[in-house]
Write a new protein. Structure first.
Length: 362
């Protein structure tokens, strides 16, 4: 049988690809040129993925099976490297497995959001769940989870859904609403993987009334920090006598990960609570909170160093505080637009803002 592959470049003239297609943007302003360049960079990445896919489909010998360069390139692009550190975080794994054992009633139907390798889904079966539906939006990770689950003889008890939880439909993907909702979809700043909108949707559409949730609640903590070294991880003005500040147009807007003990720093306040989220009852919408932070040490406050504490279930917590260096999660850094000179004994006013997946402070 001969398979005909049509490359997805229909509509473009010969020699024109997504990366160099004519742009509707016109003008000579630097802002518009940067906008065009950003779209071209994205199109270039898409072109590379399309080319790899078309080559693999056109020749069975080019199939990206494990061990080949093609598979390695796809895996590196699509599966974040932090999965390895996360799976080797034994304290995290034990806390989650223990919480699952305590949270799941015998015979329950469970929905696990964010399959990864299927770890929580398998823990739920061991805890006595009648059936677990676990969803994973990344097709490669979903297939890895499916095969790991099969190797452990749990395929009859676990259904892997290759989709995001927000696309799950009761009656099609789930036979009925789940008795228990479990997930661990947090980044260093708690909300970066979409915890708030994901839980908001799941408890409204996928969890049975009175159902069990894990985790239960979460808190964000912070401290004022003075650290030019940390600032330099995401900002730049001059290099070797040249003004390169235009690079700041591509700096991260919002929180980003840092390992506090790696960088020189001075803490200018005691730890304080930045925000709290009751995952079962709060609206979990974008919002803000005014903060007044007592200064304990004078210096130049560059921003807030932040971490979370996650209440899993029945007294079990996960935390990525700086004094827990074994956690695979780093801390989150929220930079001020401009550093603030502060004196011990005074207070610094600011506003914490959160979107569906980003923290900022102003």
């Amino acid at each position: 049988m001969v398979t005909t592959i049509n490359t997805p470049t229909d509509g473009f003239p010969p020699g024109v690809s997504l990366a160099n297609a004519p742009s509707p943007i016109r003008g000579e302003s630097p802002e518009l040129r940067l906008a065009l360049a950003s779209l071209q960079a994205q199109a270039q990445t898409l072109n590379e993925l399309i080319r790899t896919t078309v080559d693999a489909l056109a020749s069975p010998q080019a199939a990206p099976v494990p061990g080949t360069r093609a598979f390695a390139e796809i895996a590196q692009r699509t599966v974040p490297r932090w999965h390895f550190a996360m799976l080797n975080d034994t304290a995290r794994n034990e806390a989650l497995a223990t919480a699952v054992r305590r949270a799941i009633p015998p015979g329950a139907t469970v929905l696990d959001i964010g399959s990864g390798t299927g770890l929580l889904a398998m823990a739920a079966v061991r805890a006595g769940a009648a059936h677990v539906y676990t969803c994973e939006g990344n097709p490669l990770l979903a297939e890895i989870a499916r095969q790991i689950i099969a190797e452990h003889g749990m395929s009859d008890s676990i259904t892997v859904l290759t989709k995001f939880s927000t696309a799950i439909e009761v009656g099609r993907d789930l036979p009925r609403r789940a008795d228990v909702l479990i997930s661990e979809i947090v980044d260093c700043g708690l909300i970066g993987e979409g915890l708030l909108p994901t839980v908001r949707h799941a408890r409204e559409h996928l969890l049975a009334p009175g159902g069990v949730m894990m985790p239960v609640s979460a808190r964000l903590h912070g401290q004022l920090v003075d650290s030019p070294a940390m600032v330099n991880l995401n900002r730049v003005h001059e290099a070797h006598g040249f003004d390169v500040s235009l690079m700041e147009t591509v700096a991260t807007r919002g929180h980003f990960p840092v390992r506090m003990h790696t960088w020189p720093h001075r803490l200018l306040s005691d730890p304080f609570e930045m925000a709290a989220f009751d995952l079962a009852h709060d609206p979990l919408l974008p919002g803000s909170r005014r903060l007044t932070v007592p200064v304990t040490t004078g210096g130049r406050a560059h921003g807030l160093l932040s971490w979370f504490s996650l209440k899993l279930y029945d007294g079990l917590d996960l935390c990525n505080a700086p004094d827990n260096p074994e956690s695979h999660w780093m801390q989150a850094l929220l930079l001020f637009d401009k550093p603030a000179s502060v004196t011990a004994g005074e207070s610094l006013d600011m506003e914490l803002r959160w979107t569906e997946n980003q923290l900022t402070v102003v």
